[in-house]
Design a protein around this ligand. Sequence first.
Ligand SMILES: *Cc1c(COP(=O)(O)O)cnc(C)c1O
Length: 391
Amino acid sequence: MGDALLSVLEAQMQRRRDDGLYRQRSVVDGKQGPELVVDGRRLLAFCSNDYLGLAADPRLVEAAQRGLTRYGVGSGAAHLVSGHSAAHHALEEELAEFTGRERALLFSTGYMANLGVVAALLGRGDQVFGDRLNHASLIDGGLLSRARFHRYAHADMAALASLLPECDGRKLVVTDGVFSMDGDVAPLSQLVSVCGDNDAWLMVDDAHGIGVLGPGGGGSVAEAGLSQHEVPVLMGTLGKALGSAGAFVAGSQVLIETLIQFARPYIYTTAMPPAMAEATRASLRICREEEWRRERLQGLVARFRHGAQRMGLQLGESRTPIQPILLGDSRRALSWSDELRRQGILVTAIRPPTVPDGAARLRVTLSAAHTAAQVDTLLEVLGEVASGEGA
Ligand SMILES: *Cc1c(COP(=O)(O)O)cnc(C)c1O
């Protein structure tokens, strides 16, 4: 690289450090769980999306091992070539049944699913409407599609309803089911009616709802009792509560066939390893059967909120395992996160551009694998950090 370019990049990195926005990775050794070995040190972690505590479940490991024996490691090709294994196919059928949709289609990641769906359904002259707090992948899908992009204020149905009637072309409203950095649930029934009144399609990204909300962990859409007719495009990920990897889109026969024909991030990529699909099939069974995991999670969420509110911390309006502690300034969020880490607790600071300016936070997440005693430890240390700041 030319020296001129290098110095431009170095100046850019320095600005990022000065703004408290520099991002760094830590190296984790061993299995996912409440205790992680991070950069060689054992920490109590409250930041993964492994909400049901399944990522290291021996039954998933065993299913993956059986899959490896039967299929080998790689899928060898894209789904439309020779990479679509019996394991993928069975998982798609099980996901369709799980979500109460006609069909489901697997993607290698949630990010790709969102790019693929929005860009396959819309083009130039069409309109996409997104909640201002939607996940980055939904924004990028909108940009990729070349449709006109409209963002509405968070969960503001009046704002959405005022935008929709003025637009021509196809109209797609996209929303997170559970907002990833805030933990609140989208006003899904109201979205259904606003979309119905304005001939718009509704797409829900339920990355953080699947496995966590609703009967059998069917997600935010199942919890609200919304049919395929009401929410025609349902997207979910497999790497969070389900503890494996990948994503799916569920909906009508014609939606899925459209995606197979036109979703480029589906067509032009290698299928996920079949063993991963086998692990996910095991995980889906456990998710549906072990209701106690969701009950336990709810208990831990209540315990955390009660304790944090008693010490005056500012929490979000969330009943899900995503429990942000709102701190405002990026440097403040970073200093809380650093201090927690010194005391043996891992919670990441979330800063702009992941959240709006001035909305930096600690994103605490809970898992059914945590114990009540571990949540109490978190609360104790948070209390010390908060009072240390006041001193
Ligand atoms: C994590 C996430 C994604 C991306 O899913 P991956 O499988 O991690 O690529 C998409 N949408 C939301 C709301 C997410 O939280």
